[in-house]
Design a protein around this ligand. Structure first.
Ligand code: MLT
Length: 407
C-alpha cells in the first residue's frame, strides 16, 4: 500500500490564492451579469516591455537555426544573464556571477530552498506572511501540527499596527528566518538600520536569513535597502530571492534568481562547516534543467537603457494605482498601510470585521476581490490586502465601488 507524505495532512487543503479564485469563480457563475474586479492575487496587467519581446523573438529565431540552436543550458543560468545581474543589481556589493542562480521564479526558489536544510531546523516567519514559506516547511516536516491557528514548531513574528509592522527579535532563537521586504502582504518596509539588527542577530546566533526581495523595484524612499547585501555582514548570513515577475511583468514568462554567497555556511551533524552555495548548486543540477534560453534573453533585455525606461514606466503606473487606493480608503476613514514602496495596500477592516467576512461583503456588494488577511497568518485577521497591479480603469472603478459601499 502506497503511503502519502503525512505532512500534507497538516496543511489547508487548498493554497490561499486557489481558495480565493474558487470563491470568485463560484460567485461569477451565479452572477454572470456582474463585472468583478480582481485586486486579489498580485498578478500584473501591463504588457511586457517591448525590448524584452524583441529579445525573445530574436532568441526564438536563433533556436530555429542549426548553427545558433541551443539545447540544455547551464542549470545555474547563462553567463550573459548572471553577469548582467551582478553588473546591474549588485555593483559594489561583492557578489560574483557564480553566486547567482537563475530560475523560473522566486516562488519556486523560496519553496525549493528548504531541500538543502535539515529537518530539525527551527523556522521563524513573520505573521502575516507569504504562505509559500509556511506551506513548504509544513510539507517538508519542519512545523509540527496545526493547533489553534498556528503550527506548533514555527516561531511567529507578529507584525501589526502595534509594532508598525516591524517584526521584533524572537525570544527563542530560530535557525532559519524568513524576511520579505518590501513586505508581502503588508506593503511595509524596513530601513537599513532595522535590517542590520536582523543581520547582526543572525550572525550572533548562527542563523540564516532567507530574504525575499521580490518587490524591491517599488522602493522609492531613501534609506530602504533594495538588497540585503547592502547591509554589512549580510554576505555571511543571508540568501536573497529576486524575481522579474513584479519588476518587469514576467509573472507568465517565469524568471527569477537566488543569490547565494559562497560565504554562507551551515553545519553537518559532526559540526563541519558546509558551503551552501555548493549544496544549492548540487540541488539545482539534479532537480532543475535551467531557465529557457529565450526567457533569459528576455530578462537580459531589462537591463538595457530602453528596458530600464520601460519597466520604470510600468512600476510608476502601479505606484499611481497604489496611491489611488490609499487615498480612496483614507476618504472613507479606513486605515491603510503600505502602498508607498510596494504594490500592496494593507487595510484594517472596518468595525473589526473578520477578514473572510469582509472578503465576502466586498465581493457580493462591490464585486471587488481582495485577499483576506487571515489567509496570511493569524496576525492578519482583521486586515485585508488590495493589489495595485490592476489596470488604472479597474483600480478607479474598484475604489468608486468600495467608497459607495463602505462610506
Ligand atoms: C501574491 O499575490 O502574494 C503574489 O502574487 C504571489 C506570488 O508572487 O506568488
Amino acid at each position: 500500500m502506497v503511503k502519502i507524505n503525512e505532512n500534507f495532512e497538516k496543511i489547508e487543503a487548498s493554497y490561499l490564492f486557489s481558495t480565493v479564485a474558487k470563491k470568485v469563480a463560484e460567485f461569477q457563475k451565479n452572477n454572470p451579469d456582474k463585472k468583478v474586479i480582481k485586486l486579489g492575487i498580485g498578478d500584473v496587467t501591463r504588457p511586457l516591455p517591448k525590448v524584452c519581446i524583441e529579445a525573445m523573438k530574436k532568441a526564438a529565431d536563433e533556436m530555429g537555426k542549426a548553427d545558433t540552436f541551443r539545447g540544455y543550458g547551464p542549470e545555474q543560468g547563462y553567463d550573459f544573464l548572471r553577469n548582467a545581474i551582478v553588473e546591474n543589481e549588485y555593483k559594489g556589493l561583492g557578489i560574483s556571477p557564480d553566486e547567482i542562480f537563475v530560475s523560473d521564479g522566486a516562488k519556486c526558489d523560496c519553496g525549493n530552498i528548504v531541500d538543502i536544510f535539515g529537518e530539525n531546523n527551527k523556522v521563524a516567519v513573520t505573521d502575516p506572511v507569504y504562505p509559500v514559506y509556511v506551506d513548504t516547511n509544513v510539507m517538508s516536516g519542519r512545523t509540527g501540527k496545526y493547533i489553534d491557528g498556528k503550527y506548533e514548531k514555527l516561531i511567529y513574528l507578529p507584525m501589526t499596527e502595534e509594532n508598525n509592522f516591524k517584526p521584533e527579535l524572537p525570544k527563542e532563537v530560530p535557525d532559519l528566518i524568513y524576511l520579505c521586504f518590501p513586505n508581502n502582504p503588508t506593503g511595509t518596509v524596513l530601513t537599513k538600520e532595522e535590517l542590520k539588527v536582523w543581520v547582526d542577530y543572525a550572525k550572533t546566533n548562527k542563523s540564516i536569513i532567507l530574504f525575499d526581495a521580490a518587490y524591491c523595484a517599488f522602493i522609492s524612499e531613501e534609506n530602504i535597502p533594495k538588497s540585503i547585501y547592502e547591509i554589512e555582514g549580510a554576505k555571511d548570513v543571508a540568501i536573497e530571492f529576486k524575481s522579474y515577475s513584479k519588476t518587469a511583468g514576467f509573472t507568465g514568462v517565469r524568471c527569477g534568481y537566488v543569490v547565494l554567497p559562497k560565504t554562507v555556511y551551515a553545519y553537518d551533524e559532526d559540526g563541519n562547516k558546509i558551503e551552501l552555495n555548493k549544496l544549492w548548486n548540487r540541488r539545482q543540477c539534479t532537480k532543475f534543467n535551467g531557465t529557457p534560453y529565450i526567457t533569459q534573453r528576455g530578462a537580459e533585455a531589462i537591463y538595457t537603457k530602453e528596458g530600464q525606461k520601460e519597466i520604470k514606466e510600468n512600476i510608476d503606473y502601479y505606484k499611481e494605482n497604489a496611491k489611488i487606493i490609499l487615498e480612496g480608503l483614507k476618504e472613507i476613514g479606513i486605515k491603510a498601510y503600505g502602498g508607498v514602496n510596494s504594490p500592496y495596500v494593507w487595510l484594517k477592516t472596518p468595525n473589526n470585521m473578520k477578514s473572510w467576512d469582509f472578503f465576502d461583503m466586498l465581493l457580493t456588494k462591490a464585486n471587488v476581490v481582495g485577499t483576506p488577511g487571515e489567509g496570511f497568518g493569524p496576525s492578519g485577521e482583521g486586515y485585508f490586502r488590495l493589489t495595485a497591479f490592476g489596470t488604472r480603469e479597474n483600480t478607479i472603478e474598484a475604489m468608486k465601488r468600495i467608497k459607495e459601499n463602505l462610506k
